[in-house]
Design a protein around this ligand. Sequence first.
Ligand code: ARG
Length: 455
Amino acid sequence: MKDSPIKLSMTDTQARNYAASIPFDRRLYHQDIEGSIAHVRMLAKQEIITAGEAKAIITGLNSILKEIERGKLQFRIEFEDIHMNIEARLFEKIGDVAGKLHTARSRNDQMALDLRLFVKEEIGKTLDEIKALQAALVELAEANKDVIIPGYTHLQQAQPILLAHQLLAYFEMFQRDKGRFRDCLGRTDVMPLGSGALAGVPYPIDREFVAHELGLSKVSANSIDAVSDRDFIIEYEAAAAITMMHLSRLAEELILWSSSEFGFIKIGEAFTTGSSIMPQKKNPDVAELVRGKTGRVYGHLMSILTIMKSLPLAYNRDMQEDKEGLFDTVDTLQASLEVLAGIAKTINVNTDHIAQAMKTDYILATDLADYLVKKGLPFRKAHGVITQLSEYAVSKGKTFRELGRKEYRDFCPLFTGDVYDITLESSVAARNVIGGTSPQQVGKALRRAKRLIKG
Ligand code: ARG
């Protein structure tokens, strides 16, 4: 074994430990080696190094990859980051020829490449996980296709809706989230090698070849931008923050619905915990944590925006701070998507409790107003009549259904016997507009959702 010629100048141990990124950027080992192999193949093809040298380097890199995967490589803090650790190990394994790997390259374009490969892969996984959650919501909606729940505004009962309609509202949010990640993918899928430290490199390299080897669709257009751009990380984190906001709203809804006050749903035991002192409780901890973890994902977005905001071109060491927030965002988002899909699969809908919540039928007030409008009364007038009627019904402790014909007619002569045909079912069925809550529209929306998940 040869000793590595890699010597970084920082000799103060505290400063060296402070500056080292290997404790976290080791996560990029795969991308780093993949990028180096593509780079070396190109150097040989362009006769910048010999085929024999390239072979020795690639064999060495592949064996280092195996060592890392088996947990056999001891990363060393004195080598600072993943790039230097791998290169130092390469020296130990193949000797001086290892020194040719870094020809026509800088850690600045190397790190930009590693991060782009990483984000590209993670976007693929994120999209799959969003889809899996959407599928779980669609399944829950289908299994409870006919269930009518109170729809809320201001968290006050507003109008009846199909449960499936509300679940599909979340489907739509996640559909937009996927669009944001796909959009970000287009700007991540760019090959920065060849930018060197910042100015490009003085060798006859073939950048398109490297891009092709790595499955990246374009090469960066400006070397200074290529080493100082972290927009793709900001975009991933921004899309993640919005997705977490959606997950948090869904989590909040599930928490409310599973409370004893609502009692609309029961979350499976596997996703709830008992209280240590109150035996009657089943706490929706997992959903609460999805809501809670949204905060740190927002935090990472603020952090990277702040890191980048006053950096002069091109690379600055501040940018090393891009990684931990990114990794935590990826992990938090993906785990949250997974557990919420898991929860959705265990949900039992309690139709008795839901019916109980709408027993007073005041939720049909808008339908009563619409009834009068259809009989010729201007909507504003009808609204006034029903406001008075509601106040009267409440004061008498009666539901709409329990009011007599005469009581109705005292408020407006347009009321006839068919007023009793107004039910939760008729209310929902009447809203048969595109995007509305009628069973016909929701049936269509479910079919569309299933197509979109498959596509
Ligand atoms: N560890 C560094 C980072 O994460 C890699 C690039 C270092 N480049 C340099 N010139 N010091 O940003």
